[in-house]
Design a protein around this ligand. Sequence first.
Ligand code: 13P
Length: 335
Amino acid sequence: MSQIRQIAAEMVAPGKGVLAADESIGTMDKRLEKAGVEPTEENRRAYRELLAGTPGLSEGASGIILSDETMRQSFADGTPFPDATRAVGVLPGIKVDTGAKPFPGLPGETITEGLDNLPARMAEYAEMGAAFAKWRAVITISSGPDGELPTDAAIRANAHALARYAAACQEAGVVPIVEPEVLMDGSHSLERCAEVTAAVHAAVFRELADLNVDPAGMILKPNMVIEGTEYGRESTPEQVAAAAVEVLKRNLPDDLAGVAFLSGGQSPERATANLAAMQAHETPWPLTFSFGRALVDPALKAWHGESSLVGAGQDALSERVRANAAAVRGEFQPA
Ligand code: 13P
């Protein structure tokens, strides 16, 4: 088996998911401030050391996604982050996009940037020890003042960028996590989310195939198929799971290494319940988690910048990782 296929299989091994801790400096600072923590480089580092240093993390997490800043930082004992996570059996990954920016010509939509010089940057990250990478494209559903969104043009351009990124990763021997996120923001129905998500997957897998990306050496990180936050009525985990699996089956090749969902702003408990319900369905690929907020929000809240509360923060993260690993194994017990 090729090296990237082996790493991809390891990332979605039974009962394992991927921890997303790759917030950009700006996003991380906002979250620290909200938790009452001064947004400094040292506090961003200390927070990521809390997460990556959580005892037993590798029991439920195969990997951790880091930002460029964290990738270049070290634990307090001087061990660089990528070495420290590998030492405890957690693969280090790197977010390589430079953010979703307003799309010139397409009001209300975004295009994710970061392709310039990417092959050279990928070679550097591989040298630093990155096993995998992440690129997030953002798709908005709306029927507001900007007309009916998303446009086909925004879907097409973002899908093309994801494929160029994925091809650059595989060429560098790094597994791409391909993340086309259809946002939960808005008043749309679950059915509308299903329709848009399927159209996005169709475009993404067409572009990936055109650039000869090996599906067995990549992970898809999709949104769950779910109603908008302003819709007014929450779908059940069974409804979300059935819709998500139906949408995935329309466009994903059978030899894709795995699917690792983002949480997208759902509560930690809801994201876990939805993930648990997915496991009732037969699929050709493992369905696991690559949550950010649904894993780390409780940890940030418990820690809130107090060095004496690092253990409390780590307990909070462990609790969420364990619950999601149990969900993936089909052993989830709702509280
Ligand atoms: P959320 O689970 O908070 O949506 O974050 C996942 C992620 O990696 C976003 O790019």
